[in-house]
Design a protein around this ligand. Structure first.
Ligand code: GRF
Length: 209
């Protein structure tokens, strides 16, 4: 009997890569029934590339082009091509600081996910933990969601709350949020890899096993 081909993940990030590392480790330990096929970054010296290479994973820098917020058309095409060549089943944004465009989403329909450090739809955009702290909320959290054409607007896959504690600084709150991210993201990706999450319009339905 031949082994089932493994579900293949493409990870994209611009930063230190703690989520990517947790996902890669969860693949190795068998918690996620998948393999990391490719890690891509728009930042040449990003920690995510270093952490991937330290784990023996293929990791590439692709220059993003001149815009600060998105990939230019040629860069987007290069990202798509690399992910298609690596035959990824799911694109996982893990701290990727650029908006992915319509072309990218067309190449991977309903197959791009993201993690956001707040309870969406609250505090969309950058430094959501700081936005939550500045606003004065008592509870914030983490959202895993499918990516659509908006910014932080796609269907919610999973959410978990994180309390804002007296004396929290942006750093302490972000660190507590990231502890939760490193659990909820691998758990969500495992469910996606097992085919346990169905999308019905804006609703995601988790199959109860
Ligand atoms: C995370 O807080 C994530 O929610 C946000 O960017 C950060 C990435 O951190 N989208 P890391 O690079 O995974 O450590």
């Amino acid at each position: 009997m031949t082994a089932q081909p493994k579900f293949r993940l493409g990870l994209l990030g611009s930063g230190k890569g703690s989520n990517a590392a947790a996902i890669a480790d969860a693949c190795l330990s068998g918690l996620i029934p998948a393999q990391v096929a490719l890690v891509l970054s728009d930042v040449p010296d990003a920690g995510i590339l270093e952490r991937a290479r330290a784990r023996g994973l293929p990791a590439l820098h692709i220059p993003p082009g001149p815009s600060r917020a998105k990939l230019d058309a040629a860069a987007e095409a290069a990202f798509i091509q690399a992910l298609q060549k690596a035959e990824v089943d799911l694109v996982v944004l893990a701290g990727f600081m650029r908006i992915v465009g319509a072309e990218f989403l067309r190449a991977f329909p309903n197959r791009v996910v993201n993690i956001h450090p707040a309870l969406l739809p609250a505090f969309q955009g950058l430094e959501a933990w700081k936005q939550a702290l500045d606003y004065g909320v008592k509870v914030t959290g983490v959202t895993v969601h499918f990516v659509d054409q908006g910014v932080d607007t796609g269907p919610v896959i999973a959410q978990e709350t994180v309390p804002v504690l007296p004396g929290d600084t942006p750093e302490t709150l972000h660190a507590r949020i990231q502890d939760v991210e490193r659990k909820i993201y691998p758990a969500s990706i495992a469910a996606l890899a097992r085919g346990e999450i169905r999308l019905q319009g804006r609703q995601t339905v988790w199959k109860r096993l």
